[in-house]
Design a protein around this ligand. Structure first.
Ligand code: FES
Length: 101
């Protein structure tokens, strides 16, 4: 298997986001990754969804590894920034970080 540069986990649970907005974020992610050229090749990003990350408030929560950066209250616009600025350019969006490993 070819390596991934990063792994993105989206919480699709109902505790951190009662409207479960993480589900639409997760559905949007492939389009955003494709647009930035992050689906194939050495910079490709593995995506995954999880029912809970243990935060359970202020969601949807999106986590980026290997940096261990946790973003809160992620909107579609913030997800676009995460893909473009963090995943493509390697620049953490400090004002949206809620936790670091
Ligand atoms: S339901 Fe999203 S962190 Fe628990």
């Amino acid at each position: 298997m070819e390596p991934y540069a990063r792994h993105v986990l989206v919480c699709t649970g109902a505790f951190c986001s009662p409207e479960r907005r993480g589900r639409s974020l997760y559905a949007l992610l492939p389009t955003l990754l494709e647009r930035e050229g992050l689906l194939f090749g050495p910079t490709r990003v593995k995506r995954g969804e999880t029912p809970c990350l243990g935060v359970c408030t202020g969601g949807p929560i999106v986590v980026v590894y290997p940096e261990g950066i946790w973003y809160g209250e992620v909107t579609p616009a913030l997800l676009e920034r995460i893909v473009r600025e963090h995943l493509r350019d390697g620049r953490v969006i400090e004002e949206a970080v809620i936790h670091r490993l």
